[in-house]
Write a protein that binds this ligand. Structure first.
Ligand code: NDP
Ligand code: GDR
Length: 337
C-alpha cells in the first residue's frame, strides 16, 4: 500500500486530495495544527475523517516536521499547508515567510536526511507571476510577485527546484491557478460572493461588499487540480507544471454567473469605488464596492497555459468558470434552507 503525507489536510485542497488518494487505495496521513478545536469540518463533509491518520504538526516548528517525517513511513509528501490568504499577507509578512517559504526548506532538508526517496509536491501558485509580463502564463514565464505571499511562494518554488537539481530528489512544483469549490475558505472572493448572494436570495438584505472588481483570474475546480498534483508525483522524473483552465474572467463576471444561477438579473451602475449592482427581480442592492478590500498591490491578470500538463500528464479541467460559480452558489443556497 502506498503511503502519503499531506500538510494542510484540513484545507480545501488537502481534503479533496485525501479523498482522491483514499479512493486510489493509499494510506493517508496528515498534519493538523494544534489549536483548541481542530478544523476538520471539510474532512467530515467529505465523509473521510475516520479514514485518515491525523498528527499534531506545525509548519513553523522544525522539530515537529522532523518527528513527523521520522515517524510516518511515507512514499509521497504533499506540502499544501500555507498561510494561503494573499490579502492577509501584508499584515502577516514575517509569519507568511516563515510558513510559506522557510517551512519548505525545512521539509526538503529533513526529507533529504531521513527519507530521500520520498516523492515531494510543492504547492506553488500563479501569484508568483504577479505583475503581468506575458500572457498566457506558463512554466517559463518570468516571476514578479506582488504580495508578501507571492514572494514567499517564489522561495518555496525555487528551493524545490534547487533540491531536485542539487540532490536528485523527486521534487515537483505545481504552479496552480486559482481553484475553488464548495469547500473554499469564506474570505476568498468566490466563496464570499456565493455565500453573500445565497443569503440575499434567502431573504437577507446585506449587499456583498467587495474590492477590485476588474482583477482577472483563471478559475477552475479544486477537485480537478488535486488529480493533477497526484499525476505529477507518478511521473518517472520530477518537474514543474502549470494547472489552469486557460480562461480568464473578472470578479464582476464571476459575480454575475453566481447571481444568475440564483435567478437574479443584475443592473450595474457606477465605476471603481462607486460601483454597485442591483437585482432587478427583487429590487435589492446586492453588491457595493468598499475600498477597504483593495490590496496595496494587485495582480491584475492571470490566464494560464497548461499545455505541458495536458501533454505530459494527460490532465485537463472538467468544470468551466460558469459551472463553478453555479455549483458554489447553488450549494450555498441549499445549505441555508
Ligand atoms: P487553505 O487555506 O484551504 O488550507 C491551508 C491549510 O494549511 C489548512 O489545512 C491550514 O490549517 C494549514 N496551515 C496553515 N498554517 C499552518 C501551519 N503553520 N502549520 C500547519 N498547517 C498550517 O488553502 P488551499 O487548500 O486553498 O491551498 C492549498 C495550498 O495550495 C496552499 O499552499 C496555497 O497557498 C496553495 N495554492 C492554492 C491555490 C488555490 O487557488 N486554492 C492556488 C495555488 C496555490 P487550518 O485548517 O488549521 O487552518
Ligand atoms: P487570490 O484569491 O488573491 O487570487 O489568491 P482571492 O479570492 O482572495 O482574490 C482574488 C481577486 O479578487 C479580488 N477581490 C477580492 N478578494 C477578496 N478575497 N475579497 C474581496 O472582497 C475582494 N474584492 C475583490 C482580489 O483583489 C483579487 O484580485 C488565491 C489563494 O488561494 C492563493 O493561496 C492562491 O495562491 C491564489 O489564489 C492562486
Amino acid at each position: 500500500m502506498t503511503t502519503a503525507f499531506i500538510t494542510g489536510i484540513t484545507g480545501q485542497d488537502g481534503s479533496y486530495l485525501a479523498k482522491l488518494l483514499l479512493e486510489k487505495g493509499y494510506e493517508v496521513h496528515g498534519g493538523v495544527r494544534r489549536i483548541s478545536q481542530p478544523e476538520t469540518v471539510r474532512l467530515q463533509q467529505l465523509g473521510i475523517l475516520d479514514q485518515v491518520h491525523l498528527h499534531e504538526f506545525d509548519l513553523a516548528e522544525q522539530n515537529s516536521i522532523f518527528r513527523m517525517i521520522r515517524k510516518v513511513e511515507m512514499d509521497e509528501f504533499y506540502n499544501l499547508a500555507a498561510q494561503s490568504f494573499v490579502g492577509a499577507s501584508w499584515e502577516l509578512p514575517v509569519y507568511t515567510a516563515e510558513v510559506d517559504a522557510m517551512s519548505v526548506v525545512r521539509i526538503l532538508d529533513t526529507l533529504r536526511s531521513v527519507r530521500p526517496e520520498t516523492r515531494f509536491y510543492q504547492a506553488s501558485t500563479s501569484e508568483m507571476f504577479g505583475l503581468v509580463q506575458e500572457v498566457p502564463q506558463n512554466e517559463k514565464t518570468p516571476l514578479y510577485p506582488r504580495s508578501p505571499y507571492g514572494v514567499a511562494k517564489v522561495y518555496g518554488h525555487y528551493i524545490t527546484m534547487n533540491y531536485r537539481e542539487s540532490f536528485g530528489m523527486h521534487a515537483s512544483s505545481g504552479i496552480l491557478f486559482n481553484h475553488e469549490s464548495p469547500l473554499r475558505g469564506k474570505e476568498f472572493v468566490t466563496r464570499k460572493i456565493t455565500l453573500g448572494l445565497a443569503a440575499l436570495a434567502r431573504g437577507g438584505n446585506d449587499a456583498v461588499e467587495l474590492g477590485n472588481m476588474d482583477a482577472r483570474r483563471d478559475w477552475g475546480f479544486a477537485g480537478d487540480y488535486v488529480e493533477g498534483m497526484w499525476r505529477m508525483l507518478q511521473q518517472p522524473t520530477a518537474d514543474d507544471y502549470v494547472l489552469a483552465t486557460g480562461v480568464t474572467s473578472t470578479i464582476r463576471e464571476f459575480f454575475t454567473y453566481a447571481a444568475e444561477a440564483l435567478g437574479m438579473d443584475l443592473e450595474w451602475t457606477g465605476e471603481a469605488e462607486n460601483e454597485t449592482a442591483t437585482d432587478r427581480v427583487s429590487g435589492k442592492l446586492v453588491m457595493k464596492v468598499n475600498p477597504k478590500f483593495y490590496r496595496p498591490a494587485e495582480v491584475d491578470l492571470l490566464i494560464g497555459d497548461a499545455t505541458k500538463a495536458r501533454e505530459t500528464l494527460g490532465w485537463q479541467p472538467s468544470v468551466d468558470v460558469k459551472g463553478l460559480a453555479e455549483m458554489m452558489a447553488r450549494l450555498d443556497y441549499d445549505a441555508i434552507a
